[in-house]
Design a protein around this ligand. Structure first.
Ligand code: AMP
Length: 416
């Protein structure tokens, strides 16, 4: 099978590593890729949000399967354009990707499907915003309605800060605060059959102890030793199955990766958000544990044959990834800093580029992730931080507490 992956961040590097390890993948092209991906795939240039350009590249490279990594190309209709050429594509149509592209649309689907989620208000002016903030009370959750790379959300007790963010967003969703540990559940689906991957946890805030502003994600681990044994079954029954049914009913079946972001509240799991693609950096840890060949799984989802796919196999143990971010991130990130130690197994490239002389430079907010695996979470965590310690970036920022509470056994699901 010849596979074309679209994207050039840490998620796509992790996908490329998984696909390159699949004996069924004979050729792997990633566009635009990054310097880390170059070690395992041919790298081509493309404007990822240009559906015609991506479809033409799929034809030119003889792809049997296109895997679309990021959300922006999906929302732009890249998967539709690829399928129109008769090529299998892992990734939802533009119509189905609205589950991520519009928080209001996602809420409508959840309400119609009876999916547990935070009560939400869509507001377009200051009067509406004030009414919604009164209705929810603090802590205030204020979300940009459109795509904002995970950074369009402000959670704060400070009403003035909530109002300020709402003012910056235009159309804004204000919702009830969900209290409880967060879980990311990836579900591979062809629109009918749903295959859950390992639940993972990511860390959104920039600072240790979940302090500071939200980021795209500063680290992750899987599996979750503290999660209730029936968590995945419960989420499939209460969230995934009804959501997929509602999307089919609307004539826009969702096929690809349904990312379910949950809070495990005292009233059970509730959806914080849907994404239409693999999460970054959870992909790094989930795929590190997947023993089933990745290409075959994604191809089955892209061709509507997931029901016939064998059950997934997982490696023993656990995986932890820690993000190394640029100075200034998640504000204005400084780029162009030299990076050392980034070309070794386990280091996934998120925002890097190669200078003319071949040296690696930082080229984004999140620069690399160090992924460690081990017999248990403590060993995986030690391995991830040991690896990170060998990577050098001037003024680089990273959290020191990724997976720490899970290792210490202090993650608690609230109860009534
Ligand atoms: P989102 O982009 O919707 O995933 O939100 C980013 C982050 O904001 C989430 O991972 C949560 O940490 C936080 N968040 C979003 N919505 C809520 C909510 N209703 N209650 C509590 N935290 C939230």
């Amino acid at each position: 099978m010849r596979v074309l992956v679209i994207g050039g961040g840490g998620r796509e590097h992790a996908l490329a590593l998984g696909l390159a390890a699949d004996a069924g993948v004979e050729r792997l092209v990633v566009a635009p890729g990054n310097p880390g991906i170059e070690a395992v795939a041919d790298v081509r240039d493309v404007v990822v949000t240009d559906p015609d350009a991506v479809a033409a590249l799929a034809v030119e490279t003889g792809a049997d399967l296109v895997v679309v990594g990021p959300e922006a190309p999906l929302v732009a209709g890249v998967a539709d354009a690829v399928r129109a050429k008769g090529i299998a594509c892992f990734g939802p149509s533009a119509a189905a990707a609205r589950l991520e592209g519009s928080k209001t649309f996602a809420k409508e689907v959840m309400v119609a499907a009876g999916v547990p989620t935070a009560t939400a208000y869509t507001c377009v002016d200051a009067v509406g915003v004030n009414e919604a903030l009164d209705a929810t009370g603090a802590p205030y959750v204020v979300k940009d309605d459109g795509l904002a790379a995970g950074k369009g959300v402000v959670v704060t007790d400070d009403r003035a800060a909530a109002l300020r963010h709402a003012g910056e967003c235009g159309r804004v969703v204000i919702e009830e605060y969900l209290d409880g540990p967060e879980v990311s559940l990836f579900v591979v689906t062809d629109g009918d059959t749903a295959v859950p991957l390992l639940p993972a946890q990511d860390f959104k805030r920039i600072g240790d102890g979940d302090t500071g502003p939200n980021t795209g994600g500063m680290g992750a681990y899987a599996p979750l030793p503290w999660a209730p044994a029936d968590l995945v079954d419960r989420v499939l029954a209460a969230v995934v199955t009804p959501t997929l049914a509602e999307m089919r009913r609307r004539g826009t079946p969702f096929a690809g990766l349904l990312y379910v972001g949950l809070a495990l509240t005292a009233d059970g799991p509730k959806v914080i958000e849907f994404n239409a693609r693999f999460g970054d950096p959870e992909t790094q840890v989930v795929l590190a544990q997947l023993a089933t060949p990745l290409g075959g799984l994604l191809h089955a989802a892209a061709t509507g044959t997931l029901a016939a796919h064998p059950p997934l196999r997982w490696r023993e143990g656990a995986a932890v990834t820690v993000v190394l971010a640029s100075h200034g991130y998640p504000g204005t990130a400084r780029t162009g800093d030299p990076l050392a130690g980034a070309e070794q197994p386990g280091v996934v490239h998120a925002g890097t580029r190669r200078a003319a002389d071949g040296t690696l430079l930082s080229a984004g907010g999140r620069v690399v992730c160090a992924t460690g695996t081990g017999a248990d979470l403590a060993a995986a965590r030690d391995a991830a931080y040991a690896l990170l310690g060998t990577v050098r970036l001037a003024d680089g920022q990273y959290r020191t507490d990724i997976a720490a509470a899970a290792v210490a056994g202090t993650v608690r699901v609230p109860t009534r």
